[in-house]
Write a protein that binds this ligand. Structure first.
Ligand code: ATP
Ligand code: MG
Length: 511
């Protein structure tokens, strides 16, 4: 049973009330008892219950009327109607009035528990969603559409807030799909330039001369086809911001000219002789390591330092999994509305899966997966089947094949060793966040906790610095000695080492 659920039992027969009480208290529920609907309603107005077991036939206000009253002040309260035989007419009415479920007397204990459990988890889910929506509003209001509430993204918000008002050049770094453009726009929107243009430059595969003509404009006759003067993007962005998406793709020769604009705030149109002065804020983004490009000689060092004044690093989604529920909630709302589908939600299992995925395409990929599921679903509850296999197996894992040695193997011991290593790996991959580690292994966090206890695995990954990674992994789980070979090796230690290597490769984890 979940947490400490509170259940209200309303029945005029004392023996029934007592039966429910004993049964539910054995399941660690708090139980409130009422012999009439009037008393029950009064209790529920004072105290929040997770579920009500409501007798249909009651003296005074009857079950159906009471149900209506409950719904008036607590719309989401799950009410299970307790009925006698031959009351199917009333049953239908009660469903129409919003009853959660039915229980027919005489009832079996297990039947009661199953229904109450369902009701309580439904209640919790609704509460959680409500809290999420509030959270979502709180976190999304500040930087309009950048969703997130975890420490990593909060640091990004802080930097945007600090850097936006100035004219300083800003470099935004991060893998593809982490939200670099979103951040660039937020910087502009939170600056004094917000009413002025925000111009995006995608240098992409443009040859240098064409890119330069786009950036700086040209004068009539500057080249064949230049039939009139043309303003470049820098002039168009005057007083506003110019955003260089993928600055790493700007050709070396154009980089020199860019440096001059950053330093002097002036340039010449192609073929022109006059300098043009502009007041432009430069924001650049990259998903490649510019420092490495400097080392390779493909990016100018002086430009690198000019851009590097303030750098905002966007973490990959897998390093800020705590934001996944908020993001999912936001995308469900957005695409739900676009597709005319209301109150969409993922099942717990699907949500766990989403929180545990590797997300090489980051937020963009998550957004696409949620959009796809929203379009395809025919129900409001979306399950794992609508999450594409490619996402599920982004960090695919296959069991190794191995030979069974003629003298056999200590089966249980080896399975335990494997379990231990899988747990260590999952904890490491989720930086010690148990919920996420459990999600990666598709087990409940409580089960993970029990297994960690059983194998003496301590969670030392949390807040660990990178350099400690290796050491921590090596000491956390020391394999016990054993004879026999699981992977063609002569002892279990070697077999486990092989298994660990195999895992490293499959999971693509650092050594
Ligand atoms: N924190 C976030 N909250 C909400 N949506 C986000 C967030 N981060 C990214 N997105 C969404 O993900 C998608 C990709 O974002 P964006 O284009 O800003 O990423 P990018 O880092 O510029 O990617 P690329 O390197 O591929 O250009 C967009 O649809 C954007 O709205
Ligand atoms: Mg981008």
């Amino acid at each position: 049973m979940l947490g400490q659920p509170s259940i209200l039992v309303i029945d005029d027969e004392e023996v029934i009330r007592d039966t429910f009480k004993t049964l539910l208290e054995r399941e660690s529920c708090q139980v409130g008892l009422a012999s009439t609907a009037e008393i029950g309603l009064e209790l529920a107005r004072k105290q929040k219950f997770d579920c009500v077991l409501l007798d249909l036939m009651l003296p005074g206000i009857d079950g159906l009327q009471a149900l209506e009253e409950f719904k008036k002040f607590d719309q989401d309260l799950p009410v299970i109607m307790v009925t006698g035989v031959g009351t199917s007419e009333n049953t239908r009415d009660a469903f129409k009035k919003g009853a959660f479920d039915f229980l027919q007397k005489p009832f079996k204990n297990e039947d009661v528990l199953v229904r109450v459990r369902n009701a309580v988890s439904q209640r919790r889910l609704v509460d959680e969603n409500r809290a999420l929506s509030q959270n979502l509003q709180a976190h999304s209001s500040h930087y309009s559409n950048i969703i997130g509430g975890g420490p990593r993204i909060r640091r990004v918000f802080e930097l945007i807030g600090q850097a936006a008002p100035s004219r300083t050049t800003i470099l935004v770094t991060g893998e593809s799909g982490t939200g670099k453009e979103l951040v660039a726009r937020a910087i502009h929107a939170n600056s004094t330039r917000t009413a002025q243009p925000f111009v995006t430059v995608n240098s992409g595969s443009l040859p240098a001369d064409l890119l330069e003509s786009n950036l700086f404009g040209h004068v009539k006759g500057a080249f064949t086809g230049a039939v009139s003067n043309k303003k470049g993007l820098f002039e168009i962005a005057d007083q506003g911001s110019i955003f260089f998406d993928e600055i790493g793709t700007v050709p070396l020769e154009t980089q020199a000219k860019l440096l001059r604009v950053i330093q002097e705030r002036e340039f010449m149109r192609l073929g022109g002789v006059e300098t043009v002065k502009v007041d432009v804020r430069i924001i650049a983004a990259t998903n490649v390591d510019l420092r490495r490009m400097v080392d390779d000689g493909t990016f100018r060092e002086d430009l690198f330092y000019r851009l590097h004044v303030i750098t905002i690093e966007l973490p990959p989604l897998r390093e800020r999994r705590e934001d996944i529920p908020l993001l999912v909630q936001s995308f469900l709302g957005k695409y739900g509305e676009e597709n005319g589908k209301k109150d969409l939600e993922f099942t717990d299992e699907a949500m766990q899966l989403l929180e545990g995925c590797y997300w090489p395409g980051n937020v963009r990929e998550l957004e696409n997966v949620v959009e796809r599921a929203t379009v395809l679903t025919s129900k409001s509850i979306i399950d794992v089947d609508l999450i594409p296999d490619s996402v599920k197996s982004a960090r695919s894992f296959q069991l190794p094949t191995f030979d069974l040695p003629p003298d056999g193997i200590p089966f249980r011991k080896i399975i335990e060793e494997m379990e231990g290593h899988l747990i260590v790996r999952a904890l490491e991959a989720s930086e010690g966040v148990r919920k996420h580690a459990a999600g990666l292994l598709r087990i409940k966090p409580t089960t993970l906790g029990e297994m960690m206890k059983r194998y003496g695995i301590q969670n030392r990954w949390k807040k660990r610095v990178d350099t400690e990674k290796v050491a921590a992994t090596k000491v956390e789980f020391s394999s016990s000695d054993g004879s026999g070979s699981a992977f063609g090796n002569t002892n279990t230690k070697d077999a486990v080492a092989d298994f660990k290597d195999m895992l490293d490769k499959r999971l693509n984890l650092p050594d």
